[in-house]
Ligand binder design. Structure first.
Ligand code: C2E
Ligand code: MG
Length: 280
């Protein structure tokens, strides 16, 4: 057995323990309407509160969990927690928030997945239109008919479906055209180069124009500065998420941030009304 295999087995044992002891937490990153910074939702991002290594990012354990199958119970916990938290925020007066959850490929392929999702929505009381499932390119591109039927069932439940990390590489365009889609999320790799990179700018423009011809929303991910935000706004990209607006936050901090932001948006709206009245 080589070193890599030994490390893999050790990680698997630790992950199993983490599932049993519920050592995971969700952080939430705001998603905003670029024009007025109104908060429209948040992406739920998993962290592992490791007993000795501190808070671990998904890259440190999600790929392993997808390989050894532990992603199935982990992903169920993520869905349940994200839906319950969002419902609680709605009840606490933050009614317009939609929660985006990254879909695990392995979980999606389990029979009974649609039933699981509808059961979670029922038990948490969250209206399906406030759940946004983010699908990866490989799931869309590799989806046989049975999987496409599953996406359609999710859509029929009223759930929002997004394609994450959208960019180049959609060779099989036909597949994607049949997909019951609500939103495209521009891959941070292209947002990063904006506005200077001619290639990134061309790709961002192409995605926005594709979104408008398909009648779907477009959200840029990984927006880090005002230049990127201004450029995105100038090409009519409507939504964004990134450090420029806010880092992913633990639930309590997110709630405080969202309340504050809602207050700011109200103040902006009042200011606009006032200007309008003064001008009239
Ligand atoms: P993703 O879905 O593309 O999520 C966005 C990632 O970009 C997050 O990393 C977020 O923290 C990071 N990010 C946000 N804004 C910025 C920015 O302005 N600049 C930069 N450089 N990065 C930014 P994170 O939390 O490390 O998550 C990484 C990936 O792990 C996610 O990528 C997603 O694919 C996966 N993931 C996260 N949570 C879950 C989960 O609950 N289930 C599954 N299956 N996968 C998850
Ligand atoms: Mg995502």
């Amino acid at each position: 057995m080589d070193h890599g295999e030994t490390a893999g087995i050790a990680l698997e044992a630790e992950l199993r323990e983490a599932v049993r002891l519920q050592q995971f937490e969700l952080h939430y990153q705001p998603q905003v309407r670029i024009a007025n910074r109104e908060v429209v939702g948040m992406e739920a991002l998993i962290r592992w509160a490791h007993p000795t290594r501190g808070l671990l990012l998904p890259a440190a354990f999600i790929p392993a969990a997808e390989r050894n199958g532990l992603i199935v119970p982990i992903a169920e916990w993520v869905l349940r927690t994200a839906c319950a938290q969002t419902r609680a925020w709605h009840q606490a007066g933050l009614p317009t928030l939609t929660v985006a959850v990254n879909l695990s490929a392995l979980q999606f392929r389990q029979t009974g997945f649609v039933k699981l999702v509808s059961g979670i929505l029922k038990s948490t009381g969250l209206d399906p239109c406030f759940l946004d499932l983010e699908v990866t390119k490989s799931l869309v591109m590799g989806a046989p008919e049975t999987m496409m039927a599953r996406f359609n069932e999710l859509r029929e439940l009223g759930i929002v479906l997004s394609i994450d990390d959208f960019g180049t590489g959609y060779a099989n365009f036909g597949h994607f055209m049949n997909f019951p889609l609500d939103q495209l999320k521009i891959d941070p790799a292209f947002v990063h180069g904006l506005p200077a990179s001619v290639e990134s700018a061309a790709i961002a423009r192409a995605i926005v124009s594709m979104g408008s011809s398909l009648g779907v929303r477009v959200m840029a991910v990984g927006v880090e500065n005002r230049h990127q935000a201004d450029f995105l706004r100038s090409i009519w990209c409507e939504y964004a998420q990134g450090y420029y607006y806010c880092m992913p936050l633990p639930a309590g901090e997110f709630q405080a941030w969202a309340r504050n932001a809602a207050g700011d948006a109200d103040a902006d709206a009042r200011e606009t009304d006032r200007e309008f009245m003064l001008a009239a």
